[in-house]
Design a protein around this ligand. Structure first.
Ligand code: AKG
Ligand code: FE2
Length: 286
């Protein structure tokens, strides 16, 4: 068993607070490799010849606001390899208590330096966008590719907010964090407190899909690069009839209400009792 896995106390912490910060799991060489491939995808150099699902800034356009690229792993073989990192899968399994963990999708993120509030990520609950899933136990592994601090706009979470239910307010692309905070305080009736998820490159944080989170401006002179790997317990089902029927994964599943999200678009990162040695061999020789 890896000593990097969450302890019983860490699991308890996640269940109480809706987030957990994991230690550094990547070597400096691996971080550098992922940074290179992160840059290639942003530049539109897709070594698989396949574009990502979507991107909010086209290759070559100025990087003057938060960059978000969905399913970047389609476009790059190194990113595709790391997305199945078994330690990330096993950490997620421990935190959720699930026997298996599948990929929901990924999001490559780039917060440019010196762009003020245009680099912000508005307060939101991921489940707002994922109402096509049931039960709401999905979670995100947010992997830092740079040291993240308050100065460069680290992610911030509202501890315990995963117990507040799904709120009618929240928007990833909203840049006015204060107004959004007031609206959330109003609809939730709960006191507002945030925790800054500061950590070194190569470490990661996990957050529950109902945990409110967002991030402020990057005031440093360097980009804040990261990669969000959205995960679900094996057995998570399609819940039809909500506005998030528009989600790409409903299209990719091509199923009906109640079908589990499974199949090639939703690979397993981890299943209890199965060894991850094959993956380790591939990564170490790659
Ligand atoms: O990078 C950020 O500031 C926010 C990322 C996010 O919303 C997520 O990983 O779910
Ligand atoms: Fe999010």
């Amino acid at each position: 068993m890896s000593s990097l896995l969450p302890t019983e106390a860490d699991v308890q912490f996640y269940r109480e607070n809706g987030y957990w910060i994991a230690p550094k799991i990547l070597s400096d060489e691996e971080i550098e490799l992922l940074r290179e491939h992160h840059a290639k995808v942003i530049a539109g150099e897709y070594n698989t010849q396949r574009p990502p699902w979507s991107r909010n800034i086209e290759p070559g356009q100025p990087l003057d606001h938060i960059v978000k690229i969905d399913n970047s792993y389609w476009a790059d073989s190194v990113i595709a390899r790391y997305i199945l990192h078994p330690l990330i899968g096993e950490m997620a399994a421990r935190l959720t208590g699930a026997k298996g963990i599948r990929l929901w999708h990924d999001q490559l993120l780039y917060k440019p330096p010196d762009t003020g509030t245009r680099g912000n990520v508005g307060w939101h609950q991921d489940y707002h966008y994922w109402q096509c899933t049931d039960p709401p136990e999905l979670l995100t592994a947010w992997l830092a590719l740079d040291d993240v601090t308050e100065e460069n706009g680290c992610m911030q979470v509202v501890p315990g907010s995963h117990k507040w239910g799904l709120l009618p307010e929240g928007n990833f692309f909203e840049q006015d964090l204060e107004t959004l905070q007031r609206r959330i305080e109003e609809v939730s009736g709960q006191p507002w407190r945030t925790v800054k998820c500061e950590m070194p490159a190569g470490a990661l944080s996990f957050h529950h899909c109902l945990t409110i989170h967002g991030s402020g401006p990057n005031l440093s002179q360097r980009p804040r690069r990261s990669w969000a790997i959205h995960l679900m317990p094996d057995g998570t089902r399609y819940r039809a009839g909500t506005w998030s029927d528009k989600h790409m994964n409903v299209f990719l599943l091509g199923g009906k209400d109640g079908d589990p999200f499974a199949g090639p678009y939703f690979p397993l990162l981890y299943r209890e009792g199965e060894a991850a040695n094959a993956w380790q061999t591939v990564v170490n020789s790659g």
